[in-house]
Design a protein around this ligand. Structure first.
Ligand code: BTN
Length: 329
């Protein structure tokens, strides 16, 4: 796309570059260059223009944009189907419609805001306009649902690794899908799948990832203020959300190729990050709650717990949630 190519030239030039030389380089008209520059400016790129010298990129955009994500993806095969929206009810809902209409594996839907973001077990997930990452990715593994019980856990691991690499933050995982830093929730994952009735095989999977990025502590409403955090409030630094989205897409792409064949490897990485193991927890099921100790996690990412009467149970993901005995963790 012309806009992506013009952006690449501006990013690779430290000074001004003339409209003429961009046009020659890309074999397009100077009007096409001008249109691409206008469109990049409206996406939030600070580009200055000078009548003799041409164009110069002063500062990249702080908004989420497809071309910025593609720039960081650096020709990765998932660069072709990136959709960035201002606001939507839920990126998972949008991605499910695209998947049902045949969108390919790797299609990613990203929004600055969600009006009806959804969490696990029918809960809602609060979105903060322009401050988070709300991302849904379509996968199409040709297997039965029983082969992907450990997918949400593998996604959590892949996302934690991307966050750690870019920010240096140590991310833990609270079973099964919450990324935590310093006992506060940083991100959550919601996996939804559609199965073909005749074959029993997976038709598509939508992985939904919500990450708190640029919120200040006082952005969080009081119900979650003590349990939630964001990347910026943990590091004290600005975060380039486009770079993080690209890094997550690359990690999820790698994970999607190996999470079935290298299941134990993924689960070992997950287990060594999971802070729930060894903890006293409350198992919340069908409106009831039982105290237990979390003993371990199996290769389906199910949590093995022991109750005070000595009985044990393996809790499947998606079935229940666990809480620490004295709070969220
Ligand atoms: C949870 O914490 O229970 C899971 C939260 C998942 C939120 C993400 S944000 C992007 C995608 N769209 C949604 O409606 N939900 C997921």
């Amino acid at each position: 796309m012309t806009k992506d190519k013009v952006l690449n030239i501006l990013k690779n030039t430290n000074y001004y570059v003339s409209g003429q030389s961009i046009a020659q380089n890309l074999q397009i008209s100077r009007t096409a260059v001008w249109k691409a520059i206008k469109s990049l400016q409206s996406d939030g790129y600070n580009i200055t223009s000078h009548s003799y010298l041409g164009y110069r990129l002063i500062e990249t955009t702080k908004n989420l944009t497809a071309q910025e994500i593609k720039y960081f993806l650096n020709n990765h095969s998932w660069s072709d189907n990136i959709i960035v929206l201002d606001s939507i009810d839920s990126t998972n809902n949008y991605a499910k419609k695209l998947a049902a209409a045949g969108a390919p594996e790797g299609t990613a839907v990203i929004a600055e805001n969600q009006t009806k973001g959804r969490g696990r077990l029918g809960r809602s997930f609060i979105s903060f306009n322009g401050k988070g990452i709300y991302l849904s990715i379509i996968l199409r593994p040709k297997v039965q649902p029983t082969s992907v019980f450990h997918l949400t856990a593998s996604v959590a691991e892949a996302v934690a690794e991307a966050i750690e690499k870019q920010t240096g933050l140590e991310c833990g995982i609270k079973w099964v899908n919450d990324l935590v830093v310093g006992k506060r929730k940083l991100a959550g994952i919601l996996t939804e799948l559609s199965v073909e009735a005749e074959s029993g095989m997976i038709n598509y999977i939508v992985i939904g990832i919500g990450i708190n990025c640029l919120q200040n502590r006082d952005d969080f409403p009081c119900e979650i203020a003590n349990f939630a955090t964001s990347i910026s409030s943990e590091t004290g630094n600005y975060l380039d959300r486009n770079e993080l989205v690209a890094s997550i897409l690359m990690n999820i792409s790698d994970m999607s190729k190996s999470f079935i064949t290298k299941r134990s490897e993924w689960m070992n990485r997950y287990k060594s990050r999971c802070i729930t193991i060894g903890q006293h927890v409350k198992v919340l099921k069908n409106n009831g709650s039982r105290d237990a100790i979390a003993l371990g996690i199996d290769d389906n990412a199910a949590l093995e717990v022991e109750y005070p009467d000595g009985s044990r149970e393996c809790i499947a993901t998606g079935e229940v949630s666990v809480r620490g005995l004295y709070g969220y963790i």
